[in-house]
Write a protein that binds this ligand. Sequence first.
Ligand code: NAG
Ligand code: NAG
Length: 738
Amino acid sequence: MAEEKCAPLFETKRAKGRLFYKVFSLSLFVAICFIWVFRVSHIPRESEDGKWGWIGLLCAELWFGLYWLLRHPFRWNPLFREPFRHRLSQRYEKVLPKVDIFVCTADPGIEPAVMVINTVLSVMAYEYPTEKLSVYLSDDAASDITFYALLEASIFAKQWLPFCRKFKVDPTSPAAYFKTIVSSTHPNAPAKEFHTIKKLYQDMESRIENAANMGRVPEEVHSKHKGFSQWDSYSSRSDHDTIIQILLDGKDSSAKDVDGNVMPILVYLAREKRPHVAHNFKAGAMNSLIRVSSMISNGDIILNVDCDMYSNNSQSLRDALCFFMDEDKGQEIAFVQTPQCFENITKNDLYGGSLQVIYEVDFPGLDSLGGPLYIGTGCFHRREILCGKKFNDQYKKDWNEYKNTGLLKEASLHELEEKSKALASCTFEKNTLWGKEMGLQYGCSVEDVITGLSIKCRGWKSVYYNPQRKAFLGVAPNTLPQALVQHKRWSEGGFQVLLSKHSPAWYAYGFISPGLQMAYCYYNLWVFLSWPTLYCCIIPSLYLLKGIPLFPQMSSPWFIPFAYVMLGDSSYCLMEFLWSGGTVKGWWNDLRLCLYKRTTSYLFAFVDTIFKFFGFSESTFIVSSKVAEEKVSQRYEKEIMEFGNSSPMLTLLATLALLNLFCLLGMLLKQVFINEDGLRIFDTMALQVLLSGVLVLINVPVYQGLFLRKDKGRLPISVAAKSTALALTACLLFISIS
Ligand SMILES: *[C@@H]1O[C@H](CO)[C@@H](O)[C@H](O)[C@H]1NC(C)=O
Ligand SMILES: CC(=O)N[C@H]1CO[C@H](CO)[C@@H](O)[C@@H]1O
């Protein structure tokens, strides 16, 4: 027993096979150095021989090589964590801390109310003492439909929570649960109770959907619940008072479930918004939630999830607590991040949406360097640290001294709601440290990453927990433009972090480990990949068309390092991808998306950030859509690329694809009709032919979308016309220059 008492609450394992990795990387690095030497020592004299093209490639290869070096800290020493839940309950069951769960939603159009309440219900049903659980929904659209849905959910929960407890239901999101039951014939609940609850759910779902379709709440409901009166003064989404409603207060008799157990506290919040006051997007919403919850429940631990990320494991709260409550190492852990996983990834992941290499390889690596990034969802925080507490080694939280803070127990509900309103008003933060040193940071489109970084700079660590059975499941983008826009936001945010006062490149020096600095830079430098990638997609192909070699010929010894780096690195990446659970075709798709995001998302992000920096445009936050038309979904299931409406991004993509096709075809025609020593070109220009060839192969879906497909998801005709004209002009211009 005594031994059990000091046994740790979690264990940490190191990855194997690191020596092989280190030797292999070293060999690649030597080859990269050879490439640099070759480039520098073989610069052509005359400009017609490709002098400028050569120098450009030298710059691109230098940059790619240096960027490649930043990849290594991740892979040096990956860690894997394993919590011991049973030890936690043996030691701390009586004094488990209070936990506040924040769910954020921003737009009922693309985040339907039914999805939102499924997420809310799934976290309300955590296997955890209900009197210690509070769930807050922040609705930045202040939609009465969402409020209505939450009201319905609070009533349904009275049946749902006992049902989950009794029959050990998991996942606890009703929609997900009923979907899994369709496919398996053995629900763990008896048929009668199962059908009753299913009927209840479906009725509720159709009531909410009806209200959403009509665009208003039914009259009889409206008059019955006083909460709706708060919409009387509402004028628009961006101009309204704070709306707050404690739907379940954790003490009244109306807050008990059908078995008579207390239900978790449930609160609806739409913070005040005024047209002339910056609302700071999700960071602003989170900060309002932090303040309002401190008044109501004041849980020690805060979990925040996006409204599409339902809980797929009712134990994950306890898992996370194992890290915080470990007597030995728990004191320095500021947050526990779980990976962002998705339920609607198709087998070969057409849009590279699962980010599996990041979550299976990068993040365990980050864990050994001081902890993963905070990625804004599926993350457990200590409240005090999120509110700006600085690290000191004397800090020790005594969990046994459980205090019931928060005013809910004393104050009347009405009083409390009024007090909380002031905390969510849009003037509250004036002349305070909120958004700077307290709460989530403002002014960056990846508020989460920069907040995580500032927490680390204050001396804290974080932990990455990636359980076999995923803790949360969300929805990934299912069209190409959506995926590209999402990457644009991320890369733009990364660039902002780099330029911010917490920049990992300079400020963080001395505060976080050099490895972690490099790792942050690896993500924050994304936008700078756009120019060299564009260069490599355009120039070598044009030179190929013209017949000027830019790479060593096959019979030269310099060919070896090029071949080794290309082959070695791609096989390594393929291996890593397969190891992370992907397929070969998935890797090919990922490669394609990697190319597309570099040539479009990152480029547009770069240009936008520069414009913003000089004050030419405003920041915007685009919420990725979580609903799809039926036809779009069908194509998604079949892994047919969905291009959507005409946009500059698509034109650029199509132009690049056609340019490569024209160059390759032009070169081949020239060989057939003009040159006598036909095949010699495959020796002198092997790598250029290979590069163009790979680019053409990777772009096959674009050619199909331009010329072959008939469905609605194809590339628009206008894009086809524009891009063909552009690509042809570029080829002709380049040929005629000299
Ligand atoms: C989600 O949970 C179910 C069990 O409820 C499990 O079978 C499934 O594998 C989980 N999904 C993921 C992605 O881990
Ligand atoms: C938005 C979207 O496409 N959602 C889909 C995710 O995947 C599931 C199952 O694969 C579909 O049912 C959803 O429509």
